[in-house]
Design a protein around this ligand. Structure first.
Ligand code: BTN
Length: 279
């Protein structure tokens, strides 16, 4: 793991300059998340970095933020494009008191929190694509990658990784994502304060995580479904071993996607890629 950067106090605010960690923490109103922020200019992946910290005993709520990632990871083994000083690459160590079977609840909780944060920065409502992509006008703005460690009875820790395109103009996006991705600056025509975004995200995650622990998954599942943009829509779901086409109905108690197939049968999907077939 890299040593934390000495340059964290340099520069101020706008896009292209280093994040000011003290500005993120000033006035941060949380009960568990964000007391400690490990800041780096470049890492392989903030999730890998947070995992190393967790293995060495990092406490719940410790956060890793990097200005860039050399091997940022997305779901299903995909790369996550991570250029410096424009976006957010964020991972938090959680030590939830939940059985491993409930791990998907953490991922869906994070999508709700992230959608709430995004909604407070843009003029249009973001939608969730199962399980946890945040889309705006059909393009991907943010994603969540959760990785857990433990045995079949108990989760030792969960690394909740979040990537958000913030002050990232389309002109700088590589060809591979240009037609599918969007960013806050593209949606608002203004660079935002990355510190304000991160502070709000930490607070929303802290609040939703607390709600999950206190009130269980059902209220969060209801909020997830309210933001789900594909209910009743025809989708194609690509899994490792098969492809399903059907209408998305919503999620079940375990966070699985429920799909009504072409025979009218309901199918549960626990992992896969959802591709919309209609608007
Ligand atoms: C996805 O939608 O495929 C998930 C993307 C998750 C990307 C973030 S960026 C911070 C953290 N570190 C990683 O390597 N991945 C996650």
């Amino acid at each position: 793991m890299l040593a934390p950067d000495a340059d964290k106090k340099k520069g101020t605010g706008p896009a292209g300059l280093p994040l000011q960690v003290h500005q993120i923490q000033d006035g941060l109103a949380t009960s568990r998340l964000g007391n400690k922020i490990h800041y780096f200019s470049a890492v392989d992946s903030t999730n890998s970095c947070a995992r190393q910290l967790a293995e060495r005993g990092a406490e719940e709520g410790e956060i890793v933020i990097a200005e860039s990632q050399n091997h940022g990871r997305g779901r299903l083994g995909r790369p996550w494009v991570s250029p410096p000083y424009l976006n957010l690459y964020f991972s938090v160590v959680l030590r939830p008191n939940l059985p491993p079977i409930d791990a998907p609840q953490i991922t869906l909780m994070a999508a709700v929190a992230l959608a709430d944060t995004v909604a407070s920065f843009i003029p249009v409502a973001p939608v969730i694509k199962w399980p946890n992509d945040i889309l705006v006008r059909g393009r991907k703005l943010a994603g969540v990658l959760t990785e857990s460690s433990g045995d079949s009875v108990r989760m030792e820790f969960v690394i909740l990784g979040i990537g958000v395109n913030l002050n990232y103009p389309r002109s700088l996006m590589p060809e591979a994502i240009r037609q599918r991705a969007t960013s806050i600056v593209e949606l608002t025509q203004k660079n935002i304060s990355r510190e304000a975004f991160v502070r709000r995200l930490i607070q929303d995650l802290d609040r939703c995580y607390g709600e999950l622990e206190e009130g269980g998954f059902d209220p969060l599942a209801t909020r997830w479904e309210a933001r789900f943009g594909f209910r009743g829509k025809k989708v194609r779901v690509e899994m490792t071993d098969r492809v399903l086409i059907g209408r998305a109905k919503g999620i079940d108690r375990d966070g699985a996607l429920i799909l009504e197939d072409e025979m009218g049968e309901c199918q549960r999907v626990v992992a896969g890629d959802v591709i919309p077939l209609e608007d």
